[in-house]
Design a protein around this ligand. Structure first.
Ligand SMILES: Nc1ncnc2c1ncn2[C@@H]1O[C@H](COP(=O)(O)OP(=O)(O)OP(=O)(O)O)[C@@H](O)[C@H]1O
Length: 618
């Protein structure tokens, strides 16, 4: 059995445990008004009381209608006294029938009220859970987010949070059923202790048998959750990797894999449905046997007809409550894994919570420096950055170059505060980056390039993301600077053109330029261009780069690039190799040193080395 700790230090059993406990913990998180559950239980109880009184009156009605009121008085125990008392009030069958009718109406109204309140509360909890899980995804550390796969995150947010209302409705029904059973049992006890004890023991036996039968439900519920998740992964893949699937002609194979996952869902859900379907008929048959046993016992012990009839009537009406109790217990056992995963998603500890910071900074004056910074994505992985130290001077353009996998994007990730450093410090104008107010810092910078995708929406929506208050003219100006406005103007819907999932309706270079316009619109103090123009042809890249450098001539720019020839006009260059800084300085300094990585790399490219080196060494 695995256990995990939540934020309050409570240990949640992941393999076994009561769904009710998890549900109550979720209700605590949702801060449900304290009076709601007692009100629902009271409504259910009053409705059960109305039902039992109704049964008493129905019996009285029959005795009155048959002119056999003396027979009614012969009913044993407290129940007999109750009938006698009722008979003194209702002398005629018509008056009794009217009160029975009234009781039925009251019961129906109470049931309606119960359903209404329960649905309202259930929807409130669902809404809370949806919002809280979504908020958790956005506020938890990026590392926490990356520990879960996308299908799991989708399943919890998109499917599981909807189950809480059902779970809550089941929970209140269970409480009401238990109270009703206790009420009926007390009436039965008031009728005959022998019958009540026999019925209780026999009922427990039936219940035990049904519980044993339903035991695999919990395991099956867990399997269903996992199988659903696998199916979700296939769905996500179909939608996200449509181009790749088609490019490699994998439609058939992918469809077969999907059908296989889908068949597993079918089989698991059917197994659950079969067990669930068995519960009502088995409960019914079991309680029929209990009734037969009571009648046989009454006959054997010589218990009177009226008492036996009343006992049978009470037990018969008790049966739906027991059936409902069993059905709801089964449902809760079935969805227990889902409830646990919502609770854990909301309450498990985030080991790397994002630092919010408290310092305010208005602009970058001196620049940013990395001091002996080390970072690894996972404790057991190799260091992505190993004691790196370098500086990014304010108001200058810094080029960051290095081979693929050397750690360039990791540096951007740390600057964006997606992760915190493991060792060392990042200083912003001399203050630790984590101390700077996060929102304030993100307002100062903007990023374009790798992994900063376009979103579902129009061209305008995508660019406006950087500054919600920007005017249309400002957005068009940013798109013009990124060299894409002319093309967008030529589209039928112009700036309202739908970008489509991951910007698939545009070419790679067009997507990059829309992303660049978004970064430009923010008018940042610190602009990070992470391979932001790599998909453009050389001439277009050159012209867009020049336009940016003119517009942001006094700002801090960090340019990450594989095109070595583009570093010549940077003020400062950082070379990174396998997570370590191998050289740092001005391009001319680095080129004067024939051992510098930049120089070596440029020397390898004979076609560009002479003009580039010539321009730099002048
Ligand atoms: N999310 C991640 N989880 C685990 N390891 C990662 C993750 N992202 C990057 N890495 C690893 O960290 C190292 C540095 O990766 P990084 O993305 O910073 O390289 P890069 O220089 O930007 O490469 P490229 O130029 O190809 O984009 C690589 O070994 C990479 O495999």
């Amino acid at each position: 059995m695995t256990e995990r700790e939540d934020v309050s230090g409570k240990r949640i059993s992941l393999a076994r445990g009561a769904a009710v406990t998890v549900l109550l913990l979720l209700l605590q998180l949702a801060r449900l008004p304290r009076w709601v559950t007692p009100l629902l239980v009271t409504l259910g109880l009053v409705s059960s009381l109305a039902e039992t009184v109704g049964i008493t009156l129905v019996l009285l009605f029959f005795y009155l209608a048959m002119g056999q009121i003396e027979l009614a008085m012969s009913t044993s125990g407290l129940f007999g006294h109750a009938l006698e008392y009722a008979a003194s009030w209702f002398a005629s069958p018509t008056a009794t029938a009217a009160v029975i009718f009234l009781l039925i109406v009251i019961r129906a109204f109470l049931a309606f009220l119960h359903t209404l309140i329960s649905a309202r509360v259930g929807e409130e909890i669902n809404e809370f859970a949806r919002n809280a899980v979504h908020g958790r995804y956005l506020s938890a550390s990026y590392r926490f987010f990356q520990q879960h796969d996308e299908a799991q995150l989708m399943e919890v947010l998109g499917t599981e949070t909807w189950l809480i209302s059902g779970a809550y409705a089941s929970f209140t029904k269970i409480v009401v059923s238990i109270c009703s059973i206790v009420l009926f049992a007390s009436f039965l006890l008031g009728l005959s202790v022998t019958i009540a004890v026999t019925a209780a023991l026999a009922s427990l036996g039936v219940s035990f048998g049904i519980r044993r039968l339903a035991r695999p439900v919990q395991v099956l519920g867990r399997d269903v959750k996992q199988i659903h998740q696998r199916l979700g992964e296939h769905m996500l893949m179909t939608l996200q990797a449509m181009r790749t699937i088609r490019a490699f002609g994998q439609e058939r194979a992918h469809q077969q894999r999907f059908e296989c996952a889908s068949a597993k869902v079918h089989r698991a859900s059917l197994s659950l449905a079969k067990i669930a379907a068995l519960v009502p008929p088995l409960t019914e048959t079991g309680y029929l046997l209990v009734l037969c046993l009571i009648v046989a016992l009454a006959h054997f012990l010589g218990i009177g007809f009226a008492t036996t009839l009343t006992a049978v009537a009470l037990l018969y009406r008790l049966q739906p409550h027991i059936r409902e109790l069993e059905g709801n217990l089964l449902y809760l056992a079935q969805i227990e894994p889902q409830l646990k995963s919502i609770y854990l998603m909301l309450s498990s500890k985030d080991t790397d919570p994002p630092a919010l910071g408290h310092l305010r900074i208005g602009s970058l004056v001196y620049g940013i420096s990395f001091e002996e910074v080390s970072f690894r994505y996972r404790a057991d992985a190799a260091a992505a950055l190993d004691r790196v130290s370098f500086r990014i001077p304010a108001g200058k353009t810094t080029a960051l170059i290095g081979a693929s996998g050397s750690g360039k994007t990791t540096i951007v990730n740390l600057l964006l505060r997606l992760y915190s450093v493991d060792e060392g410090t990042i200083l912003v104008d001399g203050s630790p980056l984590d101390d700077v107010r996060r929102t304030n810092w993100l307002d100062l910078l903007s990023v374009a390039g790798q992994d900063i995708d376009l979103i579902e929406g129009t061209v305008f929506d995508n660019v406006r993301m950087a500054n919600e208050r920007a005017s249309q003219a400002q957005i068009i100006e940013a798109l013009t600077l990124a060299g894409i406005s002319e093309f967008i103007e030529s589209l039928p819907e112009k700036y309202d053109t739908w970008v489509g999932q991951q910007g698939q309706r545009f070419s790679g270079g067009q997507r990059q330029r829309i992303g660049l316009a978004r970064a430009v619109l923010r008018n940042p103090q610190f602009l990070i261009l992470d391979e932001a123009l790599s998909a453009l042809d050389r001439d277009l890249e050159e012209s867009v780069r020049r336009a940016i450098e003119v517009k942001f001539s006094d700002r801090t720019i960090l340019r990450i690039t594989h095109r070595l020839e583009t570093v010549v006009d940077a003020h400062h260059v950082i070379c990174i190799e396998a997570g370590r800084v191998s050289a740092e300085g001005s391009p001319s300094d680095l080129l004067r040193n024939p051992e510098s990585p930049l120089c070596k790399a440029l020397m390898d490219r004979h076609s560009i080395v002479e003009p580039v080196a010539g321009r730099m060494l002048r």
